[in-house]
Design a protein around this ligand. Sequence first.
Ligand code: MLT
Length: 404
Amino acid sequence: MFTINENYQKLPGSYLFSTIAKKVNDYSAKNPEKKIIRLGIGDVTQPLVPAILEALHKAVDEMGNAKTFHGYAPDLGYDFLRNAIVEHDYRIRGCDITADEIFVSDGAKSDSANIQEIFGSNNRIAVCDPVYPVYVDSNVMAGRTGTYDAGTERWSDVIYMPCTMENDFVPELPKERPDMIYLCLPNNPTGTTITKPQLQAWVDYANQVGAVIIYDAAYEAYISEENVPHSIYECEGAKTCAIELKSFSKNAGFTGVRLGYTVVPKELKCGDVSLNGMWARRHGTKFNGAPYIQQRAGEAVYSAEGRAQLKEQIGYYMRNAAAIKKGLQEAGYTVFGGVNAPYIWLKTPGKMTSWEFFDDLLERANVVGTPGSGFGPSGEGYFRLTAFGSHENTIAALKRIQSL
Ligand code: MLT
């Protein structure tokens, strides 16, 4: 008789965004006449920009001709894309990252879930609280998190680093010693971020205690302030302690196209063992490479036209963020984020819990957001709105919230 991975049985409830989708679908089925505005999951709404569309069309045509057809992609990514990444995401920022340290994938969600596989099952993870649920859930599945306490909503073996308004949403160095530290900056869900000296302190700490930082930089393109690092490799010493995850979903609208990459520096070692070699081995065995068509689209992200067009698109979303932030503040809400990230993080009014506010907003304003407590216990009493809606829907949602 086969057995199952019992760790899956430990997972409480369903995945956050599946739970929300079900609640919204149920409400919609009962109230078909209501026009619901979705500012919940961070899914983009604006079409692919012309430079990317052109690259996609061209690549599709190439696939229809035997002379230019492409079969399996190289499992670590095509050189044309890896070289463009090195040049535009690293070299121009003074980061010494080479193409053989870049691993192209089908997106940062899968990489952020899969990366834990190359680490020992006894490693202790440290996460911000609130946190993107994938980091914790993937470690639950791997049996690394101990037991779940439904009362505290915490796992016995996870080190939590609360990020609340009391500490300006800046995680403090943990008192217990972690082996793997997950940082997402600019942060999902709080929409806040940290300065370069603050990130340098994390890098120094990780090197000192022998921990690895899994650095999720999916929202890097939304940074608008000086002195906020775009990559962890801007910090001295990061190549011996950090893996960086990047996505094309939010900077180029690829949530439905699927493309991302992970940087594993060759200097990152456990004893004599290179993590770069391990991740290459894992990629080679379990992944057949992101499709040629997507990788050509990814290359277009870095062309002069692509960069100019995407700057406009990011500006569009950030105008939404600014409008939500200002509008909510005028309505008396306490609001965070929205300056270096496309997420607005607000205090729920009065003593409402995050889920009470979710239900209230859905029922009375027909607006969907994400309850802060879904990201972890320290998210209780907060709520997330995304700036990824259309401008019209964003303004309409704001008016509805203001008139509650
Ligand atoms: C979010 O809403 O937190 C994100 O869209 C989730 C993701 O990128 O997978």
